[in-house]
Ligand binder design. Structure first.
Ligand SMILES: NC(=O)c1ccc[n+]([C@@H]2O[C@H](COP(=O)([O-])OP(=O)(O)OC[C@H]3O[C@@H](n4cnc5c(N)ncnc54)[C@H](O)[C@@H]3O)[C@@H](O)[C@H]2O)c1
Length: 461
């Protein structure tokens, strides 16, 4: 009897020893990956609501005149108070095309720069106020930082930076030099996004609790073309699919929803978790297009087809952001705002649901009327011209118009360097989370504690 009892005890002890580490593993919280906030150097202040001297005619230098840069020069032909003084691209033909645009619009020819590092010479020009940078991603921060060091304001394409270190470089340089650094997040200026931001700012949706955004865009065809065939210079975009696993391009989805949540204007993003699917689409596409034995099919693409990231804010709000550029799906930026009194979504169909009838979207005529009622004042001002000029339906022109309007009037820009850093830092942070099994990753406070000083987003007039 005694012998049996001891036997049982031994078995129980063995079971406990074997099971215990597993139960501990289940209960263990994954550790948050965090970054040290570099101390703000003495004498340096934040650039919230930065105002600089008005510039009556903004002298612009364009760097990178591919698909995006050429279109920017074209849109600038419709703006008052600008002069294009320099054009810079390693491709001489691209410069020639933009010079032709200037000539067609009765403008003086601009100075030409074609060397690999000539963007430095451009930033050093005495007669430039604004450097407008449309190069590929790894040149965004280096050019912006150098331009600000040389006393220029900068506008730079998305994403503004690829790493947290680069984000801090942008923030510190803008704070030290007191120059504007605006990331060209055009999706913030789209008609529906601006109207729904206006609704949110007027309290129509109540407290906004959860938001969603995305960049879902089938880029497979363009990714496999070089610039001669209408693709990208040196196929730069495809190469990032070999280097990264997570969200390479977070800002189109994030920008408009962060504005609705007043990020760094009363709330801040605290941490994220991110998960990527496996990579299927690019390889399958490359095999079917170029054959299984082709170089394209054999390359090791890292980028998971779909990346999903969830963010928690200081005030307890949640943000969901997705990225997929390799699946055969219609274009989608989601754009959902979910509040205590109402809900809006843009894709696949524009819809608004308001209390007390939130089980259904408003009927089409009521939606139309509501969108008219909440049309953003900036859209009222320039929306019709923007539609004529074009550029993603007009939003690109509204963005350029606001940039130049604020510079000419010495006003704070709609998007500041903290927006650029907060929205772009997801490139590295989602990568870290995905590579470590979707662990939480802290999102740096690029304002260094000043995120609650502004009360909401304003558009300066
Ligand atoms: N906001 C948007 O809606 C949107 C849309 C498309 C692209 N973009 C962004 O615009 C940027 C450019 O994209 P794109 O589609 O025009 O690519 P692209 O490849 O067509 O253009 C890049 C240009 O940069 C030039 N370039 C390369 N190295 C250079 C150097 N050292 N100095 C000067 N010029 C150099 C290339 O010759 C090319 O003309 C990217 O950052 C992209 O993310 C934004």
């Amino acid at each position: 009897m005694k012998y049996k009892f001891f036997n049982r005890l031994i078995v129980l002890a063995i079971v406990f020893v074997v099971i215990q580490p597993f139960s501990r593993m289940d209960a263990k919280q994954p550790e948050m990956v965090s970054f040290k906030t570099p101390k703000r150097p003495a004498g340096q202040e934040n650039v919230l609501q930065l105002q600089c001297d008005p510039i009556s005619t903004v002298r612009v230098a364009f760097v990178g005149l591919g698909k995006r840069g050429y279109n920017a020069v074209r849109r600038f032909m419709f703006l008052e108070g600008i002069e294009v003084v320099a054009l810079c691209d390693v491709n001489k033909e691209a410069i020639e095309k933009s010079q032709q645009l200037l000539a067609k619009n009765g403008k003086k020819p601009a100075l030409e720069f074609t060397g690999e590092k000539d963007w430095k010479k451009v930033c050093e020009l005495e007669n430039v106020d604004l450097v407008y940078n449309c190069t590929h991603w790894d040149l965004h921060t280096p050019i912006a930082v150098y331009a600000m060091e040389k006393g220029k304001h900068v506008a730079l394409e998305v994403p503004a930076a690829l790493t947290v270190k680069e984000c801090w470089e942008l923030v510190d340089t803008a704070e030290r030099t007191r120059r504007h650094c605006m990331m060209l997040e055009n999706c913030c200026y789209d008609f529906f996004e601006m109207a729904t931001l206006n609704m949110a700012q007027h309290g129509l949706l109540g407290e906004i609790v959860h938001v969603e955004g995305a960049y879902i865009h089938d880029l497979r065809e363009n990714n496999f073309k070089d610039s001669q065939k209408g693709g990208y210079y040196d196929m730069w975009r495809l190469k990032y699919n070999e280097k990264y696993q997570a969200n390479l391009y977070p800002t189109h989805g994030l920008g408009p929803v962060c504005q609705a949540l007043n990020i760094h204007r009363g709330d801040k993003m605290n941490y994220l978790v991110s998960m990527s699917s496996g990579q299927f689409g690019l390889t399958e596409y490359a095999k079917s297009k170029f054959g299984s034995e082709s170089d394209f099919a054999k390359r090791k693409y890292q980028k998971g087809d779909m990346n999903t990231t969830i963010i928690k804010t200081e005030k307890g709000k949640t943000i969901m952001i997705q990225h997929d550029v390799t699946s055969p799906r219609p274009y989608d930026r989601i754009h959902k705002l979910s509040g205590t009194k109402g809900y809006v979504q843009k894709y696949p169909i524009e819809g608004v649901a308001l209390e007390p009838n939130t089980h259904k979207f408003l009927p089409e005529d009521e939606l139309k009327q509501l969108l008219k009622e909440y049309e953003h004042p900036i859209v009222k001002e320039v929306g019709e011209l923007a539609k004529k000029v074009g550029g993603h339906g007009g939003m690109d022109f509204i963005m350029d118009y606001r940039l130049i309007y604020c510079l000419r009037n010495g006003l704070p820009l709609d998007q500041d360097v903290y927006d650029a850093a907060e929205w772009s830092c997801l490139v590295e942070l989602t990568e870290i989370s995905v590579k470590k099994g979707s662990v939480p990753v802290q999102i740096p406070d690029f304002t260094r504690g000043d995120w609650n000083k502004l009360k909401g987003l304003t558009f300066a007039k």
